[in-house]
Write a protein that binds this ligand. Structure first.
Ligand code: BES
Ligand code: MN
Ligand code: MN
Length: 462
């Protein structure tokens, strides 16, 4: 691969400015107010792929937001890499915690990012990371060094469950045929410690309602004599974990794959400082399932968390009231072999069984997806490992992540191909949080590393 660093240096400002333009559009898939912006972002991705050298680019309609599909086929006998990413972003709230507005990108220098980091919603997740792929393609086509075929499939509903893509993929399996799927939508251990994500957790997301009396009541006149839905909901939620922080839903762990002692020892070799972890979050202690380390708790073990809880009076001052209903949003992160639809059913029947007389419980499933583990004994992983070694000077560490990209398991099922997760983000990038950012160093390192993947993958496919 010739002159990637020269090419990067010559185009540095343009590469940054193009990403900044993309980040200015609030493509929030969760909020229908932003529909026009989501669609506009799809158009921007389309034209960026055209400029980067794709021969064919289309906006493909789905029941939800469209898929941007692009391809550059140089020779049908050569291997084909399918790149996936998402152009939608999470809602930015709470807005008042942002130091600069989420859709007015600014570059700030920090201790970790002396070269600067771009602050904006989507900077890392996933506009910045998907745009690395667009620019890597541009480099390879402009310099005549693309060694294989490339297809792009960029969706606009990842943050809300990828329903449109789940509809699109089985209907277009032939068009999407590939030898490996490449995704940059995860992270790495540290700037000087490259890693390849080898696992993602599954997800089951539900909303619950506990309903009591037919109206809000005076808490003096009725308090103590009727079931208070908020008290009951709090009790029910609390009972979902036991004293060892084990989840109490019957059958929940039945299909969980236990790692062998040697696999766990291997995992524990990855560099990690509990002190740094705690101080980055300003917490005195970590918390979690007994018998597992922090890195095990957030990757190879399933979890259950309340994501939101509401009901009753939450305005200024005090109001003495017993609410008629109480609500919560609950997510369960799952590990391979746990089936998300089965877990959703187990949750539903258990949660309903917890309700005392005097209240009714409604569980509404939202969305979910299966977990995923990539084996490391395939040429996709090996090509990625060699690419990192080339540009970081270090062999990357395989690491299972706690996050979810539910569509990856579907890719394997429908397209029969393995996914390689080459992420360049850092945990400190604050994805989904206020002040999300992406290091400029990481952005350019991604653009530099990706072409090597294509090269090694093509080489190893021979
Ligand atoms: N890119 C993230 C997932 C991720 C981030 C995986 C970092 C590993 C490391 C993705 O955009 C995301 O946020 N996924 C959601 C799931 C989705 C169904 C809303 C998640 O993990 O909460
Ligand atoms: Mn993402
Ligand atoms: Mn996300």
């Amino acid at each position: 691969m010739n002159n990637i660093t020269t090419y990067l240096n010559d185009n540095k400002d343009r590469f940054l400015n193009e990403l900044i333009d993309l980040l200015k559009i609030p493509s929030i898939s969760a909020d229908s107010k932003y529909e026009d912006d989501v669609l506009k972002t799809a158009e921007m991705i389309k034209s960026s792929l055209e400029k980067a050298g794709c021969d064919l680019v289309e906006i493909c309609e789905t029941p939800g937001y469209p898929i941007v599909y692009g391809e550059k086929i140089i020779d049908p006998n050569l291997p084909t890499v399918l790149v996936y990413g998402h152009y939608d972003v999470q809602p930015p709230d709470p807005l008042d915690l942002w130091e600069s507005p989420p859709f007015e990108p600014v570059i700030k220098n920090t201790e970790l990012h002396p070269e600067g980091a771009i602050y904006a919603r989507g900077a890392c997740d996933d506009k910045g990371q998907l745009y690395m792929h667009v620019k890597a393609l541009e480099f390879m086509t402009e310099t005549g060094q693309l060694p294989c075929n490339v297809k792009f499939m960029i969706e606009g509903e990842e943050e809300v469950g990828s329903e449109g893509l789940a509809w699109y993929v089985p209907r277009n399996a032939e068009k999407l045929a590939n030898d490996v799927i490449l995704i940059s939508d995860t992270g790495m251990i540290a700037k000087d410690t490259p890693s390849i994500t080898t696992g993602l957790r599954g997800l089951s997301y539900v909303e619950v309602e506990v309903k009591g009396p037919n109206r809000d009541l005076h808490s003096g006149l009725y308090g103590g004599a009727v079931a208070n839905p908020i008290n009951i909901l709090a009790k029910m939620i609390a009972s979902l974990h036991d004293e060892n922080n084990h989840i109490t839903i019957p059958g929940f762990y039945d299909k969980v794959e236990d790692l062998s002692m040697s696999e766990r020892e291997e995992m524990a070799k990855a560099p990690f400082s509990l002190e740094d972890y705690k101080s980055a979050l300003d917490i005195e202690a970590v918390y979690g399932e007994k018998g597992y380390s922090t890195n095990e708790r957030n990757s190879i073990r399933p979890t259950l968390d309340v994501n939101g809880i509401w009901g009753g009076y939450t305005g200024e001052g005090a109001k003495t009231v017993i609410a008629s209903s109480a609500f919560a949003k609950i997510s369960m992160r799952l590990v391979p072999h746990q089936d998300w639809t089965e877990i959703t059913e187990l949750f539903q029947s258990h949660f309903e069984s917890l309700a005392p007389k005097g209240v009714t419980v409604k569980v509404t499933p939202h969305h979910g997806g299966q977990g995923y583990v990539t084996p490391i004994d395939n040429i996709g992983y090996q090509a990625a490992a060699k690419a990192y070694e080339k540009t970081f000077g270090k062999v990357p560490i395989p690491q299972r992540s706690g996050g979810s990209i539910p569509i990856v398991a579907l890719f394997e099922k429908e397209l029969k191909s393995k996914t390689i997760l080459m992420g360049f983000g850092l945990n400190s990038d604050a994805i989904h949080s206020p002040n999300e950012h992406f290091g400029i160093w990481n952005y350019f390192k991604g653009i530099e590393t990706i072409p090597w993947f294509y090269n090694y993958f093509t080489e190893l496919s021979r």
